[in-house]
Design a protein around this ligand. Structure first.
Ligand code: ADQ
Length: 471
């Protein structure tokens, strides 16, 4: 088996899993790499006065973790700039929040070049290279410039937006052309894959073959959907750990005779937190018989807090949760618990299990792992109900959830009412179907199918790549 070189903006060593790291990509890769020997490379999260490409390496569970420091200007232009002020909002359909600044693009290209130059000496002839997410789209092209002939794959963890949005990006053609340096490009769902193909066909007169091969810019690549999953078995086991059970008991004691509704999201505008709170407020208003019978716990750890938009969102959420509590709370009951801290994974498992409803309502999300974690943590004999936004990639797989439009407070309120009054038989039936899917399409299946498809490009016999989503 060839060695796998994984590259992502940040790395989260498996040993640290469950500690401070938050974010779907880190969770998925930490779980995915555990059984794979190889290298995981990315930014250390630290800055240095002058970039020198010095690698810090450690070894954990047979995985070499290699990190590099960046200059402050790199962090401002590449990470806070092009990645998080340009690509992230645009790819999540928030053109109103998207900043187009020439220096961001320059910083983005520079850091991608620096990453490629730093990792180049570690790449051996038999290795395969797997680059992750929107921070690093041009890195494959930079590696090719340095003479790397190995199979290189790219996986986009966030949505690929509609063509009309992509074309608002200055130099969008260069960005898309960079994807053609890869042997394989993976998307979370067929919806994002189709949007990418639509761009290639209608914007740059490319061609899409039946077998997943895509040609444009005088080059060709392969593209397919590889829906990411969680380590479902591990998560279901974590539920029985002492930390999970302690947390479950704490939650149960806090909600005696009440049903808990839980939301767990990085504090990000794509997650629909304001709309969710408004939906919950509408629920309290429209169904007064449920007041005092429910408690909503929204866990939202701070994320990208040095970007203004995130600080603004935080202030609005503080105000909104305060307003709802102010309007409806009683001496011995408050409708919302709103917390900004991180929890260990086993603690989260206990929290999910104690919740009668998992409320997952992003406005746009590549996949969404919280929906899958919530399902994995449920008690099979008395499971809770998942309410899921139709705009999460996960909605294409998790059809037995209550699917809602998160922009409609009425729809969210009605779904809450339906979930809270659903009989046990229906809860079990829905949960079983969801759980089977979460176990079948787990993180190992995701990693293995991507790596196999990438390996296959070495001797590309024109075989179709990727797995299609269960429909
Ligand atoms: P994210 O946008 O970070 O991921 P998501 O898939 O929901 O979104 O993953 C979040 C992860 O962080 C989950 O594993 C969750 O348990 C964890 N987490 C959240 N809050 C936490 C807290 N307070 N304490 C501890 N852990 C917490 C991006 C894309 C997604 C895609 C993933 C993976 O935006 O659409 O599903 O990558 O590809």
């Amino acid at each position: 088996m060839s060695r796998l070189i994984v590259v992502s903006n940040r790395v989260s060593p498996p040993a640290e899993e469950g500690a401070a790291s938050v974010g779907g990509l880190a969770m998925a890769l930490a779980a995915g790499l555990r059984q794979y020997k190889g290298v995981w490379f990315g930014w250390s999260g630290r800055t240095t006065e002058h970039f020198d490409g010095a690698l810090a390496t450690t070894e954990t569970d047979g995985v070499t973790i290699a990190t590099v420091d960046l200059e402050e200007i790199d962090v401002q232009e590449y990470y806070n700039g092009y990645a998080n002020k340009t690509l992230w909002p645009l790819f999540h359909y928030r053109i109103d929040l998207t900043a187009y600044d020439r220096s961001f693009g320059e910083g983005y290209d520079r850091v991608n070049r620096r990453f490629a130059e730093t990792i180049r000496p570690l790449i051996e002839p038999d290795d395969i290279v797997w680059i992750h997410d929107y921070h690093l789209i041009p890195m494959g092209r930079e590696l090719r410039r340095l003479g790397v002939k190995n199979p290189i794959g790219f996986f986009l963890h966030i949505p690929w937006p509609a063509r009309q949005l992509v074309t608002t990006l200055p130099r969008h053609r260069q960005l898309v052309e960079a994807l053609f340096a890869y042997d394989l490009v993976g998307f979370q769902t067929t919806e994002w894959l189709d949007a990418f193909k639509d761009y290639v066909v209608h914007e740059v007169e490319g061609r899409v073959g039946e077998d997943g091969r895509i040609e444009a810019f005088g080059a060709s690549t392969r593209a397919a959907a590889f829906p990411i999953g969680i380590d479902a078995k591990e998560f279901a086991t974590a539920v029985h750990s002492p930390a999970a059970m302690r947390m479950y008991d704490r939650m149960a004691a806090n909600t005696v005779f009440r049903s808990m509704i839980v939301g767990v999201d990085r504090l990000d505008y794509s997650k629909g937190l304001e709309e969710r709170l408004l939906g919950y407020e509408r629920f309290l208003q429209d169904y007064p018989e449920y007041r005092r019978e429910v408690f909503m716990l929204q866990i939202a750890p701070l994320s990208r807090d040095d970007v203004d938009t995130y600080q603004d969102l935080r202030a609005r959420l503080d105000a909104l949760s305060g307003r709802i509590n102010g309007a409806y709370a009683d001496a011995d009951w408050s409708p919302i618990g709103y917390v900004n801290r991180n929890y260990r994974r086993d603690e989260l498992a206990g929290i999910y299990r104690a919740a009668r409803v998992g409320l997952v309502t992003p406005l746009r999300d590549g996949m969404n792992l919280v929906a899958k974690e919530y399902v994995a943590a449920q008690n099979p004999d008395d499971p809770g109900v998942l309410i899921l936004s139709r705009f999460a990639g996960a909605a294409l797989q998790m059809k037995d959830a209550l699917i809602v439009n998160p922009f409609s407070p009425e729809e969210v309120a009605e779904a809450l009412k339906r979930a809270l009054s659903m009989d046990r038989e229906e809860r079990i039936r829905r949960w079983r179907a969801l759980y089977n899917g979460v176990v079948r399409e787990d993180v190992n299946a995701w990693r293995d199918s991507f790596v196999a498809a990438l390996e296959a490009t070495r001797t590309d016999g024109g075989q179709p790549v990727g797995r299609s989503l269960r429909t």
